[in-house]
Design a protein around this ligand. Structure first.
Ligand code: SP5
Ligand code: ZN
Length: 415
């Protein structure tokens, strides 16, 4: 999987609409600051991958069903309509509030056992969906949120269609967005959309490996009760004082049918390549044992040494090595998450994808009959019987792929 001249062959799925989201800051500890989740992040990454020769593919429009597979309708409707409501309510023009920010949160402590009601006031309603003050909505936000999810679904489709790996340059990021709420600079969960798309395309079991510096609480929440999607994350220890503060602990191992299908490895602030790569290797071993047939890589590069949002100290070579370990597991849909140091962002993403590509070249599927894109990683899954179930689903999914193409080319559901 190399291009002439040795460049990066992994397709990069992209939409210019991802630049339309301009949060214009974040409110942190009561003060509005510039914020680090800026449009330039995407242009820097795109420039780096383009210069490396990667093919750029347009994000294909998907209908609402792709979003509703992992999110409540109430959240999707809120995100699709809140800016129009905010503007119609005169908040920007009459009150100087140029972005949507919540101020009241219906926490368990506030509700005290009473049922959650939808507030009549627009400014009262925001806190029902947005769980922090750092995740602002403005005029182009919904178009970008939607484009990022489309890019993720497109990357999953490319992988289901036989690409060894594909990368979605998603912005805004997604792994902090849960079934019914958003925060942490994330709105809809792009990685979850990709994982669900891979399941529906015939992968019997999928794993999300999350190497963003922060715990992906949203992705964990979406799949916490499910055995078919394993969530695995290495991140800075929330117990040491880091976002998202309330989850990401090692004791969180899944629930009900999903018991054992969730794995968190929190690291001490200051951790560098050695402990971080050891954690990635451990996550890979667990993903393999789970029998995942396809991998979603939540590729945040904010564990970079120079990143302003995290105290981890991982090098670009560390990210390359992680990508290689992950690429060996099976087909990879990589989804951009965080990463905020504009000077090194492009180098880190390129390093990670270069590693993924190298790992994919080393991958030897358990059974290679020339048609099955999805097959369980190694023999562990075969022992559990997952191999046969996955193989049977794969054939049907590939037969159905032209239909999926037609749907992807259809109009977006209007908001
Ligand atoms: C996707 C992702 O990486 N989201 C990161 C969310 C964590 N943001 C925490 C922000 C804390 C405030 N940052 C202040 C930086 C110094 N002004
Ligand atoms: Zn992050």
């Amino acid at each position: 999987m190399t291009v002439e001249g040795g460049g990066l062959a992994v397709p990069v799925v992209w939409s210019e609409d991802c630049l339309l989201h301009r949060p214009a800051g974040e409110v942190w500890l009561g003060l509005r600051e510039d914020g680090t989740e800026v449009p330039e992040r995407a242009t820097v990454i795109l420039g780096s991958l383009s210069a490396a020769g990667a093919p750029i593919r347009p994000a294909e429009a998907h209908d609402e069903a792709a979003l509703l597979a992992v999110h409540d309708r109430a959240l999707v409707n809120h995100l699709a309509t809140i800016w129009a409501d905010w503007e119609a309510g005169g908040y920007p023009a009459d009150y100087g509030r140029d972005r949507v920010v919540p101020y009241v949160f219906p926490t368990a402590a506030m509700l005290a056992g009473l049922p959650l009601r939808l507030p009549s006031a627009t400014h009262g309603r925001v806190g029902m969906f947005c769980y922090d003050t750092m995740t602002l909505v403005g005029p182009g936000s919904w178009e970008a949120i939607r484009a990022a999810a489309d890019a993720a679904a497109t990357a999953a489709r490319l992988v289901a269609a036989g690409q060894p790996a594909a990368y979605a340059l998603c912005r805004p990021p997604g792994h902090h967005a849960g079934p019914s709420g958003y925060g942490g600079s994330c709105y809809l969960n792009n990685a979850a959309v990709a994982a669900e798309a891979l399941r529906q395309a015939g992968a019997g079991r999928v794993a999300v490996i999350d190497v963003d510096a922060h715990h992906g609480n949203g992705t964990q929440a979406i799949f916490y009760d499910r055995a078919d999607v394993f969530y695995a994350s290495v991140h800075v220890d929330p117990g040491a004082g880091w976002f998202p503060h309330y989850m990401g602990f090692a004791a969180e191992r899944g629930r009900g049918a999903g018991q054992g299908a969730n794995r968190n490895i929190p690291l001490a602030p200051g951790s560098g390549d050695a402990p971080w790569l050891a954690a990635v290797a451990e996550l890979c071993a667990e993903v393999q044992a789970h029998g995942a047939e396809a991998i979603v890589l939540s590729l945040g590069v904010d564990a970079a040494a120079a990143d302003p949002e995290s105290p981890l100290q991982v090098s670009a070579e560390g990210y390359r090595a992680a990508g290689e370990l992950i690429g060996r597991l099976g087909p990879v849909a990589a989804i951009q998450e965080g990463g905020y140091d504009l000077a090194s962002l492009g180098e880190y993403v390129l390093a990670a994808l270069t590693g993924v590509e190298a790992g994919r070249a080393q991958h030897r599927p358990a059974q290679d009959d020339g048609r099955a894109q999805f097959s369980p990683a190694q023999t562990v899954a075969a022992q559990t019987g997952a191999a046969q179930a996955g193989g049977a689903q794969t054939g049907a999914a590939q037969a159905a792929m032209p239909e999926a193409d037609q749907r992807a080319g259809g109009p977006r559901a209007s908001s």
